[in-house]
Design a protein around this ligand. Structure first.
Ligand SMILES: [Zn+2]
Length: 399
């Protein structure tokens, strides 16, 4: 409600809608409503709830695997509801991920333990060396893409309101940010390029814009042939087909380009509505999961990771193996590499050697005995590998 709205009008609106008149910020349906840029205090409540959960679990003797399960299934889910509706300030996201990370790596006598692997690297699928935890930043971005997709496709009250308020009659590809727009709209607008890059129109009646919509499948015509000045009027694909593309603003080069693409993709008009397709999904339908996958950082896929995360392996063993492959198990040589000076000798050999990951798990006397035993049982060639990950690779190769 604007500041100078007369009280009489406020009362009429309150009576008609059944709402109580309150001053912002307020909480409505579990989400804070506010005017302007969100202040950090608005989100503090969420951080308090996450911290309370962690404090409650800290007294329990949880393994790192147990803590991972709680992060994946409880802590990561806590901000989802709010993320779907509003955009968090970066500092709130960092704070929440810091709480997750502190909880995962644990503490000793109230002192935080070293975080051996950056949280960004942990936030990727197990098959890419991560821990299957979703990055809050990318979850939030995928929700903004969902809202942008709704602007493009949905006839919901919210989408119609946003279009009337911010888009009006402008084509969606030409909408610019103006000062005074809401914070949420600004973040939705920022993910529009994701929509343009990952969508196309499957032509039915050809009601979409000839120049500004991606109906050829290879980008919009105006991105291939940027117009020197805005077109005088909008031209639909149907009009283009009807006039053999002899319309204003279409040069002979553009016409050749269109005809070539139409022939290659067999595009023709049909008596169906035009269909907006989300390319990352095989069925063309948008999902937040597929949007998340295009936002996230991809790392090389390794098939042997699935052996570490095999469901019958206790999760604390899987987490230990994961740390071992990343060389972050705190043996003497790893601690020495962190500029901590200490004398080292192993306890697995008669003639003590430096306690390193390679020695303890691959080349030491005890390790060799174990490997030799399983080499015979499972026929895994273990003689030639130098790292644990090479061991997994050779196991996969034999399987
Ligand atoms: Zn040894």
């Amino acid at each position: 409600m604007a500041k100078d709205t007369p009280m009489a009008r406020i009362n009429i609106i309150a009576r008609s809608c059944g709402f109580q008149h309150k001053k912002l910020p307020i909480t409505y349906l579990g989400a804070p409503l506010f005017s302007g840029c969100p202040s950090l205090l608005i989100f503090e409540n969420l951080l308090v709830k996450i911290r309370q959960k962690v404090v409650g679990w800290r007294s329990k003797l949880l393994s790192q695997g147990g803590r991972l399960v709680l992060i994946r299934h409880v802590l990561s889910s806590m901000p989802i509801y709010l993320l779907s509706a509003m955009h968090f300030p970066t500092s709130i996201i960092k704070d929440s991920e810091r709480i997750f990370s502190d909880f995962f790596w644990g503490d000793s006598n109230g002192k935080k333990r070293r975080k051996w692997i950056a949280w960004e690297s942990i936030c990727c699928p197990c098959s890419e060396g991560g821990l299957n935890i979703r990055s809050v930043t990318n979850v939030m971005k995928s929700f903004r893409i969902k809202q942008a997709w709704a602007i493009f496709t949905s006839d919901s009250l919210w989408a119609r309101f946003m279009i009337l308020k911010y888009v009006k009659s402008t084509h969606l590809s030409q909408v610019q940010f103006h000062t005074g727009c809401s914070n949420l709209w600004w973040h939705i607008l920022k993910v529009f390029p994701f929509i343009f890059d990952n969508s196309c129109w499957v032509i039915g009646r050809g009601e979409v814009d000839l120049l500004f919509d991606n109906w050829l499948g290879s980008g919009t015509l105006c991105s291939v042939f940027p117009p020197s000045q805005p077109p005088v009027r909008t031209v639909s694909v149907q009009e283009g087909f009807d006039s053999d593309f002899q319309v204003d603003g279409i040069s002979s080069t553009m016409r050749d380009f269109i005809c070539r693409n139409i022939a290659v993709s067999s595009i023709r008009l049909r008596d169906d509505p035009d269909n907006f397709i989300w390319k990352p999904a095989t069925d063309g339908k948008f999902s937040v999961k597929s949007a998340y996958n295009i936002c996230r950082l991809r790392r090389p896929y390794q098939s042997w990771w699935k052996l570490i995360w095999f469901k019958r392996v206790p999760i604390k063993i899987s987490v230990f193996s994961w740390k071992l492959v990343h060389s972050v198990v705190s043996v003497d040589s790893v601690i020495q590499a962190c500029d901590v000076h200490l004398a080292s000798w192993c306890h697995c050999c008669e003639h003590h050697q430096v306690e390193s990951l390679h020695h303890l798990f691959i080349s030491g006397n005890f390790a060799r005995l174990v490997w030799r035993h399983f080499e015979d049982v499972f026929c895994i060639p273990t003689r030639n590998f130098n790292t644990v990950s090479q061991g997994w690779e050779s196991t996969v190769a034999v399987a």
